[in-house]
Design a protein around this ligand. Structure first.
Ligand code: ZN
Length: 131
């Protein structure tokens, strides 16, 4: 399986990561960057991130003690917005799950004449496995 998504990493002419890409702790980060955009870097640990929003979240989670009051307030606002977006996404996915459930239920009830045929199928498969 190939990963054809574009990753933007600092490389030299031979394609190996440059020294600037490898942090002092030896951990490398793979960051997906949309074409035409450059990643932002954490000013505290030099980690590349996709967007300013992710940088604010990263700073708040990993460098809380080093942040100023304005940066902490920006983190709180961004974190709250992210939480609201996540809640909205979960509600939408729950709605999709309910729609899919009833869609399959209607298709099943339309195509079957015996409502217990699925139960009979399960019982038959279990008894056939027992032989
Ligand atoms: Zn950092």
């Amino acid at each position: 399986m190939t990963d054809d998504s574009r990753t933007d990493r600092a490389t030299d002419a031979t394609g190996t990561p440059s020294d600037a890409e490898i942090p002092a702790d030896g951990v490398t980060y793979e960051t997906r960057v949309p074409p035409g955009e450059s990643p932002v870097r954490c000013p505290y640990c030099d980690r590349p991130l996709e967007s300013e929003k992710l940088l604010v979240l990263h700073e708040g989670l990993d460098h809380w003690t080093e942040l100023s009051d304005e940066e902490r307030e920006a983190f709180r606002e961004t974190y709250q917005a992210e939480t609201d977006d996540l809640r909205t996404f979960r509600l939408k996915m729950f709605g999709v799950l309910i729609l899919a459930y009833f869609a399959f239920l209607f298709v099943y009830s339309y195509h079957t004449k015996d409502p217990f045929s699925a139960t009979a199928l399960v019982v038959a498969s279990i008894s056939a496995r027992g032989r």
